[in-house]
Design a protein around this ligand. Structure first.
Ligand code: G3H
Ligand code: 13P
Ligand code: ZN
Length: 309
């Protein structure tokens, strides 16, 4: 099956109350692990690359590795730019065959965010590519933009409606209390489901996206720490909350940190237990397997997109 856009899978997700997992990719093993997990679950999937991932892996490699995955499996796969920082990066991805881009204008004021998003939407739609935009600020680090926790601004439902109507973006990333990275909450995890509900009331047909949605799986953090890592006090969004979000109208759930933890934990284990190993396949294989298992758990047990391909 060729690359698809998010259009059909988002429609299905809104009708049938499940979410599509969107996982960040940086290299071959990560791509293989995610697509293998999705194929095993017969689930649609979004593979997303940030601008720093594109700098690291190079756009041609990413595109062609995803093409290779498509040759192996017959499930709907989206190749998406995550947190596009400007028009030029979105254009680069559209021109290189991505089927979806995010323009992240959340660092700008409302009017500038609208103007930038509209420009990307116009270019993308002409080429059959869909656009995710963002309104509201997540606490934490968004690519190169730092937003301090005290600056975090939840998405305003009324503004969200105006934003979507004026920009004609295809989906909207909102801020309801999540943040990027491994340190999301100091005390109890809390998401503003009341804001999500109001946004869905105003925009019942717009697919909603949740960023910063890693669980920061305790077993993976422990594994990293047990084998020489130092990630104390890490905390993410519990599975139950993500499941609730998927039932309450979130169509796309973004995960990167949990994959980083899985890869690092698996590699650290081999390094610690088998110091004589220096064949990269001996530690990249368990890393790929643990990412695959992690993705499969999310798809099947949390986002409930199994058999929705
Ligand atoms: O939201 C950010 C993603 O985790 C990507 O992070 O810019 O380090 O690739 P990155
Ligand atoms: P996490 O850091 O919670 O995995 O969020 C990833 C993300 O939002 C990518 O856009
Ligand atoms: Zn994000």
């Amino acid at each position: 099956m060729p690359l698809v856009t998010t259009k059909d899978m988002f429609e299905k997700s809104m009708k049938e109350h499940f979410a599509i997992g969107a996982f960040n990719v940086n290299n071959m093993e990560i791509i293989q692990a995610i697509v293998d997990a999705a194929a095993e679950e017969n689930s649609p999937i979004v593979l997303q690359a940030s601008s720093s991932a594109i700098k690291y892996a190079r756009i041609g490699y990413l595109r062609r590795m995803v093409e290779a995955a498509l040759e192996e499996h017959d499930i709907p796969v989206v190749l998406h730019l995550d947190h596009g920082p400007d028009f030029e990066t979105c254009k680069l991805c559209i021109d290189n065959g991505f089927s979806s881009v995010m323009i992240d204008g959340s660092k700008y004021d409302f009017e500038k965010n609208i103007a930038l998003t509209k420009k990307v939407v116009e270019y993308a739609h002409n080429k059959g590519v869909v656009v995710e935009a963002e309104l509201g600020k997540l606490a934490g680090v968004e690519d190169e933009v730092n937003v301090s926790a005290s600056d975090a601004i939840y998405t305003d439902p009324e503004q969200a409606k105006e934003f979507v109507e004026r920009t004609k973006c295809d989906s909207l990333a909102i801020a309801i209390g999540t943040s990027h990275g491994a340190y999301k909450f100091k005390g109890e995890a809390k998401l503003r489901f009341d804001i999500l509900e109001k946004i869905k009331e105003k925009l019942p047909k717009t697919p909603i996206v949740l960023h910063g949605a890693s669980t920061v799986i305790p077993e993976l953090v422990n594994m990293c720490n047990k084998y020489g890592g130092n990630i104390p006090g890490a905390k993410g969004v519990p599975d139950e909350m993500l499941h609730e979000a998927s039932l309450r109208g979130v169509s796309k759930i973004n995960v990167d940190t949990d994959l980083r933890l899985a890869m690092t934990g698996a590699i650290r284990k081999v390094f610690a237990e088998e110091p004589e190993v220096f064949d990269p396949r001996k530690y990249m294989l368990p890393a790929r397997e643990l990412i695959c298992k992690t993705v499969q758990h999310k798809i099947r047990d949390v986002f409930c997109s199994s058999n929705k391909a």
